[in-house]
Write a protein that binds this ligand. Sequence first.
Ligand code: ADP
Length: 786
Amino acid sequence: MERYIPIIPIRDGIIFPNTDSVLTFGRPKSLAALESSFTQERVVAFVLQKNSRINDPEPTDLYTVGTLCHIERMIKADGEINAQVRGLSRIQVLEYDESTAFLMGRVLEIEETPDDSAEVKALCNHLTNEFRRAMNLGKFVDFLVFMNIMSENTPSQLADLVSSVLDLKPAEKQVLLEELDVKKRLEKVIDYLAKEIKVLELEKKIASKTQERFEKGAREVMLRERLKTIEKELGENDEDSETRELLLKLRDAGMPKDTEEKARKEIKKLSQMNQFNPEAGYIRNYLDWLLALPWSKESKSNIDIAVAEKILNQDHFGLDKVKERIVEYLAVNKLAGKMKGPILCFVGPPGVGKTSLGKSIARALDRKFIKVSLGGIRDEAEIRGHRRTYVGALPGRIIQGIKDAGTRNPVFMLDEIDKVGADFRGDPSSALLEALDPEQNNVFSDHYLEVPFDLSDVMFVTTANVLDTIPPALRDRLEIIQFSGYTQEEKFRITKGFLLKKEMESHGLKDSQVQITDKAIRFVIDHYTREAGVRGLERQVATILRKVAKMVAEGKKGKVVVTEKNVTKFLGPTRLGSTLIEKQDEVGMSTGLAWTEAGGDILFIEVALMPGKGSLILTGQLGDVMKESCQAALSYIRARAQQMGISEKFFQKMDIHVHVPEGAVPKDGPSAGTAITTAIVSALTKIPVNRTVGMTGEVTLRGRVLEIGGIKEKVIAAHRAGLKTVIMPKENKKDLEDVPKEVLKKMKFVFVEHMDEVLNIALTKPLKQKEYQRPVLYAANPQQAD
Ligand code: ADP
């Protein structure tokens, strides 16, 4: 069918039959054509320009095959027309009429011959499938168009519909428009679609690769961003509740005003701080410390002297002087109403009950007990804390202890105060002084806390093994209370009265289940322990009870009785005997008495002579002072050789070797002088030394015997080792007052002023001396001596 209708050129784009499009027109001729047509049949033909850039195309600039369209709607705006048009059919322009204001022409509507062949049907199926695939790969198609394509269509309609949405250049689309053979058209459309699918697949691949790369780099960023958002959401709530919680704690902390102000400031700072700011952690930590300290929490402490005394006696055997002193101390404090005055310092060997007495004091006063060991501290910051600017800074041990105690007035034991040293990191003892000094410790400043803490209600008790190494300034502040080692008898009574009970309780044993006979206890004391205190003994008792508990648990009926005979079954073979006095009197070997941090002990001096040139060989880890004692002893003997009946030539032909066994243990001090001299004289004269005699005392070149220290510990050790006689300087007689009566009763004491007297007692035969003084004998009661 031929028609004479307006023909409107379009720059790009093809309208296929059966499709709807919205087009915008701006060229005057197009506008005129549309308007004129709109008032009549509303039918126009659109044809593609061969060159889109030509503004006013001639007929020769146009393709001859176009589309007959119906104008559905038209909107005019700003000199433009937007028209919704529907493609009706293909047309062939037969002739143009250029006489009118716009292009008119005679066109021929192209009739299509339907093709229902199986091949075409198959092509249609294939096309719809492929189209669906393209959609899945991400091809964008308007939903209505998609529905159109998927609904019932003739093959030609299907081809046109798909063509309209293919991503093709206008010229390519024109080819599809011009193709009148449906089968061929379908094939071409399928071809184009296949290309498009390939491109889509490629794009997808690229996209996923990009995505991967993006994921690697940006994913993290993205996640972090997301995390930030989430945390911000949560964090804000957190922050609020945290601040609230801190403020609640602050309210209950009972801090002094200034401190509270400071804490409040820090809380504010924290609440305004970004959660990710590392400083927030520090501030939180600081606040934790500040708020956890017992600023005003205290034990109600009412010192009842009678009760205190009772409790001290309940927990400990003996130690009468110590207990008395403590009670006095408490009485003074009760009257003064404050813990003022010097700090108690318990000095003595390990295991004599210093710590447990501290605990008893706390119990007697109804206060918390806290113990902090100062052994090996060299850094002032250990006592007073690190400044907050340090990474990992913490308060010092005093404040840590107070926090652990949970009250502001505990009994605070500073252990091993004699082991505090000073070096380049500052002097810990000065910080200690500040903590202990009642005049200034109400504002003790810890570097970490930055605010003062009142320590004035803390009862400090210190302990030490020896006095010498306590820094003098510190020692001035201390009230020394000496603890000495226990005698065998005391150990026995402590075991029977206290240790056994305590250990049985902790092992869950009853009297009906176990009994350790007195003899067995004594046997354990003598043969399994050699110590000033009772720690080792306590361990041995625990070992026995552990084994008994095991037997009971395994179903043993009746009572387990541990006797002297069967105790080895529990503890294994006896261990001791080495330093116990040797069996025989020997030439060149004497017994000295030593005093160490661990209490008193006996010590053997061995001397051997060998051909040589008169040199002195010293072995056994002797300290300088002890070496000098050996030199002095030798000089003294050489000066007196004739009187002692020793050939003077001896010294030219002989080397003298002095050895103190247990070579691994360092030994020092002047007090072995008498023992060294005796051993050398014995070696030179071949007169044996009495094995039951122990001696202590410094010797001068002229043979005078001088006062030494540690008598009490030494005598107890001598007694423990089974010595019968102790020779000591006369000036030390007064020290015997502290020695337990039972020891005094069992031993003989000889007080000497001169070495001659020592030799006279210690050697089994008298020397061929010209003169010597009679020794003064002492037994039992010092008052009756002389
Ligand atoms: P230190 O602190 O002097 O090294 P401890 O206080 O740790 O010694 O004492 C060790 C053990 O010995 C503790 O179980 C303690 O109860 C016990 N102990 C020491 N002396 C006595 C005593 N006189 N009476 C009762 N038990 C004692």
